[in-house]
Write a protein that binds this ligand. Structure first.
Ligand SMILES: Cc1cc2nc3c(=O)[nH]c(=O)nc-3n(C[C@H](O)[C@H](O)[C@H](O)COP(=O)(O)OP(=O)(O)OC[C@H]3O[C@@H](n4cnc5c(N)ncnc54)[C@H](O)[C@@H]3O)c2cc1C
Length: 339
């Protein structure tokens, strides 16, 4: 039986370092312990919070339920075909270490997703993405336990309904499944994705034959380290807002006032605005009000004094209001609030 710890301080279990408590906390290492934890919560009618690395949550108050810290470990090559390796990783594996492991084994495809914090089990929840690659590009299938029935089922890419920082687990099946493992479809021959502008810029000094998956991973790590604060030193959850998708007609209205607005085309009718540019242009970069807007990247809100994350939400709300007023664009928060 796993150990249920009452009144547990979560400050070291969320990268915003919010010092809130869980009514109960339990670490689970396998299916049996997970099912026991679900039963424990059901018997006491406690809400559940499934916790990975805590790098995409905002804990603004004590959690009045059971936090299940998923520590399922293990990774293995499950099969291969002419072009691919199919590699399975348990939900509790650290994402960044898993990427490094795949690079070592010459399983290619995760290079651009290097150094994203958090665990494998959370990666499909918001279809993590960086530098022109998303999880869905390398995803084969996942196993997830249905909290109500206790049965484990397999989800194909179609069933996951991946979108931009989105999946079925944030919508139709929100809080219904616990992801226990993920299988990735990785290539035997490198197939590098080098189109992302920040990556292109740094790689432009290399000859094509010098550009290897290892080099791409190394450069992604360098760019990330320069741009993003290390949560261990300055608590944060990475990008606080999604890049808003708007109709091209609205872009033209914004351009009539702000000709330098930064955007990325999506299709002939839509563009994705750079939320960092909107926040910066609205004057928020570097602002500090208990919580702060990171001076190198305005999309990152930080909690340098390790206060209750409610302070971060207050700042986020002020930013949202001012961006809406200035550009008529609604920012959507990326990390999930609890309770
Ligand atoms: C410095 C920094 C940089 C970042 N950069 C990026 C980036 O480039 N791209 C990107 O996409 N994200 C980025 N993020 C956000 C974050 O790292 C990812 O969203 C990551 O996948 C979250 O993993 P986690 O284990 O920490 O999830 P948690 O924060 O623990 O959980 C997030 C949500 O998923 C749920 N969940 C977690 N595990 C499971 C599971 N096994 N089954 C069911 N539900 C589960 C939780 O209940 C919660 O709702 C960044 C964060 C930081 C701090």
């Amino acid at each position: 039986m796993p150990l249920y710890l009452p009144h547990f301080n979560l400050q070291n279990y969320n990268t915003l370092a919010s010092p809130v408590c869980a009514n109960f906390f339990v670490s689970v290492k396998n299916n049996e312990e997970l099912i026991d934890a679900i039963k424990f919560a059901k018997e006491r009618t406690l809400p559940l919070l499934v916790l990975g690395g805590g790098s995409n949550i905002v804990l603004y108050d004590d959690f009045p339920g059971l936090v299940i810290h998923l520590q399922f470990l293990g990774k293995e090559l499950v099969r291969e075909d002419e072009q691919h390796f199919y590699v399975k990783a348990a939900a509790g594996e650290n994402w960044s270490e898993f990427v490094d492991y795949c690079l070592d084994q010459k399983f290619w495809g995760l290079e651009n997703l290097s150094l994203i914090p958090g665990n494998v089990g959370a990666a499909p929840i918001q279809n993590i993405g960086a530098y022109g690659v998303e999880l869905k590009d390398v995803f084969e299938e996942l196993s997830a336990l249905n909290i109500k029935t206790g049965l484990t089922i397999t989800f194909t890419p179609e069933a996951c309904q991946f979108g931009y920082r989105d999946s079925v687990f944030k919508n139709q099946f929100k809080d219904e499944f616990i992801i226990t493992s993920v299988i990735f479809r990785l290539t035997k021959v490198p197939s590098l994705k080098l189109g992302y502008p920040a990556l292109q810029k740094v790689l432009s000094v290399y000859a094509p034959e010098e550009i290897t998956p290892e080099l791409v991973a190394q450069i992604v790590c360098e760019v990330r380290r320069n741009k993003l604060p290390d949560p261990k030193i300055i608590p944060n959850v990475g990008s606080f807002f999604k890049n808003p998708v708007i109709p091209t007609t609205q872009l033209h209205e914004i351009q009539s006032v702000f000709s330098d607005v930064v955007y990325f085309p999506i299709d002939s009718h839509h563009v994705k605005l750079a939320a960092a540019w909107l926040i910066d242009r609205a004057g928020w970069r570097g602002v500090s009000q208990g919580a702060a807007v990171h001076s190198e990247q305005a999309l990152v809100l930080t909690n340098p004094s390790r206060l209750n994350a409610g302070k971060v939400l207050e700042l986020a709300s002020a930013i949202k209001n001012s961006v809406l007023e200035m550009f008529g664009v609604e920012l959507e928060q990326e990390p999930r609030n609890y309770p």
